[in-house]
Design a protein around this ligand. Structure first.
Ligand SMILES: Nc1ncnc2c1ncn2[C@@H]1O[C@H](COP(=O)(O)OP(=O)(O)O)[C@@H](O)[C@H]1O
Ligand SMILES: [Mg+2]
Length: 327
């Protein structure tokens, strides 16, 4: 298989200004005056100095401190001796860092506070379960959780997010199709997590009620529609089909699917993995394909996945794309 080459942002302390929200929009810039300065952060971790870098805007309120002081002492001393590189990422609500030790070996740290603690706990459980099913996801090296903070240290999945890859669309699409088909082939009965439509609708309602859904981030076809109206619309159309249940990733954006130079797929951000209709993943991936490569690549993807493109259910795909807007 031809090698898939990837663009890797690689300065010592890179911020991903090219970041996209769900592959469609530029994310908020991380204000440079609020960047956690790596040497100050390491000094704090080592000495317990009282001055903490502030949390960047958009991470849950003004003047909020980064939550490193909430971590157990052993974690802080571990981190104090490593380079800590923040990754400004998608919509998950956790802070994500690339941790590198002197030998260059890389791990990933995710930290969550407040309402995001339970999300991260779910991600840890579901990632552990997927790994036990031999799906290529991070291994959970260490996790800690108490009322104020949850954190996880994970192995690094080999490869780059598909959104950063510049290889041939054919190779990338075939790799993604194979990887997602392998995930969808897991025996459903063995999966303890439910992500069916009723669960997702209830979560969407909760997200809206909590003010976590911004209509400005909706796809252009839904611009001008309020989150509550979109929810009512998906609730209405939810009755139009029977669910074709498999084990899904649940948030299969091109930032959460990684591909390595041998064309192997890995998944991160698996907090919404569970039993659900296969279109949960297929609708999102087809939107990502359209955004990144163009609509004409959707058919080859479906064929490589094992679905006859003529059987593609456009209204079901639209339903799951609209429901995803509310996450
Ligand atoms: N274990 C990992 N191995 C490799 N890359 C990772 C890992 N965890 C996170 N990443 C990188 O960090 C980015 C953000 O992490 P993610 O878990 O997706 O956070 P968010 O919930 O904010 O989207 C991912 O898109 C991926 O590029
Ligand atoms: Mg993500």
């Amino acid at each position: 298989m031809p090698a898939i080459s990837c663009f890797c942002p690689s300065t010592v302390f890179p911020l991903r200004s090219h970041l996209r929200y769900r592959g469609r929009e530029e994310g908020p810039a991380w204000p440079s005056n609020l960047e956690p300065n790596p040497s100050r952060l390491m000094q704090f971790l080592a000495t317990d100095a009282p001055v903490l870098p502030r949390r960047p805007k958009g991470w849950g309120g003004k003047n909020r401190m980064l939550p490193f002081h909430l971590l157990p002492e052993s974690w802080r001393s571990y981190l104090a001796h490593r380079s800590i590189e923040p990754i400004q990422s998608g919509s998950g609500g956790a802070l994500v860092y690339r941790i590198r030790d002197a030998s260059g070996s890389v791990r990933f740290l995710k930290i969550a506070v407040e309402k995001y603690i339970e999300d991260l706990n779910q991600e840890i459980k579901r990632t552990t379960w997927l790994r036990a099913q031999r799906i290529n996801v991070p291994s959970i090296l260490q996790a800690t959780a108490h009322a104020e903070v949850a954190a996880v240290l994970m192995s690094s999945v080999d490869g780059q997010p598909v959104e950063d890859c510049s290889g041939s669309p054919t190779d990338i699409i075939n790799a993604v199709a194979r990887g997602i088909a392998q995930l969808h082939a897991l025996p459903v009965s063995s999966c303890p997590y439910n992500e069916d439509v009723s669960i997702r609708l209830a979560r969407a309602q909760e997200e809206i009620a909590q003010g976590r859904v911004s209509p400005r981030e909706f796809h252009e076809r839904n611009q001008g529609v309020s989150p509550w109206d979109l929810l009512r619309h998906v609730q209405y159309t939810a009755t139009n089909f029977r669910e074709d249940v498999v084990v899904v990733h649940g948030d299969a954006t091109f930032s959460n699917i990684l591909v390595n130079s041998a064309g192997q797929i890995g998944f991160v951000d698996c907090g919404h993995c569970g039993k659900a209709d296969r279109y949960v993943d297929l609708a999102l991936i087809s939107t990502e394909i359209e955004d990144h490569f163009g609509e004409r690549w959707i058919e080859p993807f479906l064929t490589a996945y094992g679905l006859n493109p003529s059987s593609w259910d456009v209204s079901k795909a639209r339903f799951f794309s609209d429901l995803y807007e509310l996450f």
